[in-house]
Every structure is written in C-alpha cells, then in structure tokens.
Ligand binder design. Structure first.
Ligand code: ADP
Ligand code: MG
Ligand code: MG
Length: 252
C-alpha cells in the first residue's frame, strides 16, 4: 500500500482552477521529485495537501497511510505525519523557535508521549548542530529576521524533529548557496527510511545531484505530464521545459 495516494486532484485558488487532475503515488522509502516551470501549480498542490484554507480542493482524493487527508483539519494532517517545508516560511513574532518546535513535536507524538523540556532541548541542540544552525536560533522568534538560507535550514530542522510520514520540500533549494544546499541534502539523505516518503519540489535539477530521486515528474498546467527516473531531470536540465510542452501539444 502506498504511503501517499493522490488521484484526480483538482485545486482552485480564488475560484481559478490551478491543479487540474493530478495523480501520484509515493511508497515508503521513495523520493519523488516534482519539477516544473514557475506558476504551474507546484506550491498550490503542496498547500492544498496541507489543508491551507485558501486552496480549495474541488475534486479528487488524497490518502495518507490509508486515511482520507481531505477530511482532516490542518492540525490532524500534521499529526498524521504530513509535513511541508515551505517555499516562503512565515515569520512568527513572539514565539521562540524552541517552543514552537517542542509544541509541534509533542503534538505529533500524541497525548501522554510528550518529551520533557530538557530532553527535547538536548535533542534540538544536537540536530541544530548537525544542520549548522547557531544555538542562539533556538531562543529567537520563529524565522524572524532569519535569512532565506537560515529559514530553509530551520524548515529541515523541523522535519528532522517531526519525523514525518510524508515530507514535502517546496523549493528548499531556492536561496541556498552550494554549501548550505549540501548540508540540507545530507540531512534529508540521512533521514531517508522505509517509513517515510519524500516529495522534492524544485524548478532546478541542481538539488537532485545531492538528493537522488527514485522518480521524477514534470508538472505542467496543473497536471503531471511526464514521469521517469532521475534521467528525466538531467534531460530537463539540458533541454528545458519547452520540449515537454511541445511533446504534450503534439499528443493532445
Ligand atoms: P509554482 O509553485 O509551480 O510556481 P504556484 O502554485 O505558486 O506555482 O502558482 C500557480 C498559479 O496559481 C499561479 O498562476 C499563481 O498566480 C496562482 N496562485 C497560487 N497561489 C496563489 C495565491 N495565494 N493567490 C493568488 N493566486 C495564486
Ligand atoms: Mg513559483
Ligand atoms: Mg512554488
């Protein structure tokens, strides 16, 4: 049974159809790359899965671990193990990074299984060190005044702590220099395990040199129009997205 199963998903934003019949299956242990030009609905797809209220699912199904995601609230989806590292992480004034993460981790672990403060703190510090994040970031407000790269590393820190079933990384490579990219990729690779599936959303092939996908999909106008192995990403790097568009037009 796949960990994540998406069938015929359609999503509208402000009444405008953006995702238009998307099918995707992710099994445990797999890394899927979703690639596509700007504005084709990659982030819309991710936000709709998380249950962002602005993104209206008008048709289709989305099942995580056999459970209907579309019937769940945003919190329930997170607790069920769906995680999104956002393209533009929000800044939350007044909430320290450490507190935010402890609440999120304990919510995911469930009633009665929360980590004691000190134990959580040690765990947090160890993960931060691995990701090259300054210890002082624990006490700073969530993402406030963080640089683009710091925000992205902080998202990966959340992922490492939350141990999701399905992790979606939306353009985690944007705003990262090559060293930060390598740190992030290494962290993701170390987290790879049969209990988790990963969706890597990216415009560029570069990230996929470091996080090797099992499957690559091309999203165009809200639909997956091509799927293949990692060689598809290399082809896109070489030829851009236009040839996929042309091939699709010939087929239609
Ligand atoms: P991608 O992530 O592939 O670059 P997006 O999902 O961000 O694409 O956007 C797809 C389309 O949906 C775009 O045409 C964009 O204008 C529209 N869109 C996405 N999010 C919003 C939003 N919050 N408000 C208005 N339009 C949006
Ligand atoms: Mg975009
Ligand atoms: Mg996007």
């Amino acid at each position: 049974q796949p960990l994540l199963q998406i069938e015929g998903l359609q999503v509208s934003v402000d009444g405008k159809p953006i995702v238009q019949g998307l099918n995707l299956e992710v099994k445990g242990g797999e890394v899927h790359a979703v690639m596509g030009p700007n504005g084709t609905g990659k982030s819309t797809f991710a936000q709709a899965l998380m249950g962002h209220p602005r993104y209206e699912v008008t048709a289709g199904k989305a099942v995580l671990d056999g459970k209907d995601l579309l019937q769940m609230s945003v919190d329930e989806r997170a607790r069920a193990g769906l995680f999104l590292a956002m393209q533009y992480p929000a800044e939350i004034p007044g909430v320290s990074n450490a507190n935010f993460m402890r609440l999120a981790v304990n919510a995911r672990r469930g009633e009665g299984n929360g980590l004691p403060v000190l134990q959580f703190h040690r765990h947090l510090m160890a993960k931060m060190k691995e990701l090259g994040i300054e210890p002082s970031f624990a006490e700073r407000c969530l993402n406030e005044g963080f640089s683009g790269g710091e925000k992205k590393r902080n998202e990966i820190l959340q992922m490492a702590l939350l141990k999701p079933r399905i992790a979606i990384l939306d353009e985690i490579d944007s705003g990262l220099d090559i060293d930060a990219l390598k740190i992030v990729a290494k962290a993701v690779n170390e987290m790879r395990n049969p209990e988790m599936g990963v969706l890597v959303i990216t415009h560029y092939q570069r990230l996929l040199n470091y996080i090797e996908p099992d499957h690559v999909h091309v999203l165009l106008d809200g639909q997956i129009v091509r799927s293949g192995g990692k060689e598809l990403a290399a082809q896109l790097e070489e030829k851009g997205y236009d040839w996929v568009k042309e091939e699709k037009q010939r087929e239609d």
